[in-house]
Ligand binder design. Sequence first.
Ligand SMILES: Nc1nc2c(ncn2[C@@H]2O[C@H](COP(=O)(O)OP(=O)(O)OP(=O)(O)O)[C@@H](O)[C@H]2O)c(=O)[nH]1
Ligand SMILES: [Mg+2]
Length: 384
Amino acid sequence: MVRCGSVWFRKYGNFIDNLRLFTRGGSGGMGYPRLGGEGGKGGDVWVVAHKKMTLKQLKDKYPQKRFVAGEGANSCVNALKGSRGKDCEIPVPVGISVTDENGKIIGELSKEKDRILVAEGGLGGKLLTNFLPLKGQKRVIHLDLKLIADIGLVGFPNAGKSSLLSQVSHAKPAIADYAFTTLQPELGKIVYNDFRQISVADLPGLIEGAHMNKGMGHKFLKHIERTRQLLFVVDISGFQLSSQTQYRTAFETIILLTKELELYKEELQTKPALLAVNKMDLPGAQDMFHVLMNQLQNPKDFLHLFKKNMIPERTVEFQHIIPISAITGEGIEELKNYIRKSLDEHANQENGARGIRWLEVGEIGERWSQDVVCGRRPRGFWEL
Ligand SMILES: Nc1nc2c(ncn2[C@@H]2O[C@H](COP(=O)(O)OP(=O)(O)OP(=O)(O)O)[C@@H](O)[C@H]2O)c(=O)[nH]1
Ligand SMILES: [Mg+2]
């Protein structure tokens, strides 16, 4: 635990979603002026995707985070053409985007064995270079995980996100009755009876003003971008950060969360979302749940109660609303089934959408010639 003001925070967990690395291509080998010999080219540095790799493993294996390729061999009497330096491969997980120091995207690794050249080796000494070798390219790169989980848990602090993760998976996140217990995403897997697995990211809680970076809001909101779907988790009894801040009902927390997502990035609202209404074991929870459902069904009738700048442009349309208790386990099986259903439904839609895609430039020529042979009129896009 670390102390921050009057609040105790748990130290960062094991999860890493980005890493900064230093890379340098190998230097070329010396040329041999007297005999016109050419030094070997320095090795290149590549980033290569491996299914089983994680950024944490990469960091643990290479704590110095420096990757330098081998030098090209000097030209000599026995081998006038010096041999090439050894390439260096950086093993990274699948689903990584690689950017340079300025945030410019160098490339993305979406499937096993995808590879990207990040730092080229220097040329060996030759006539053109006065037989002097060139140094390899130096580059600092950033690796960012594009997607950390299928489902991201979104909610105010204390809503019970970590408790829920511990109910649905073997993960053992810290749970406590103070705000901001979770400071880093914690991953767990729901394993169904047929061994299907769905990954869930327990995310740090958001508060009002998160889009303005309140409560480390930006850092926390960034994680939400990296999940396929959202599971809002709200405490049926509402939320109050401290005695100095306003109490918010469950409905208000949903509206405020929606607004925070919208203000951070509107695209976040296009992600499919489910709502788990938690702590249904508390006294009076059923009555509060009826009130909440009424509010969610007719949100416009209640939005006038909010300050103008807190009203979202669009209210989230939840695919399903499931009352649960992360303590007693009530509703958890239904929730797991709805999560699975929602992911499957959207996977089908994504596949359907992929049925139409723009052709790569090279492919267009190929398709055109095929179509001309078949006597059809070429088009810009194709149903595949
Ligand atoms: N009665 C009741 N208490 C719950 C339930 N779920 C969680 N809690 C309690 O609520 C408190 C907060 O739970 P957490 O799981 O740490 O909440 P969180 O959303 O992960 O909080 P942060 O990490 O701070 O964002 C703990 O004291 C839990 O025991 C529930 O279903 N019923
Ligand atoms: Mg938590």
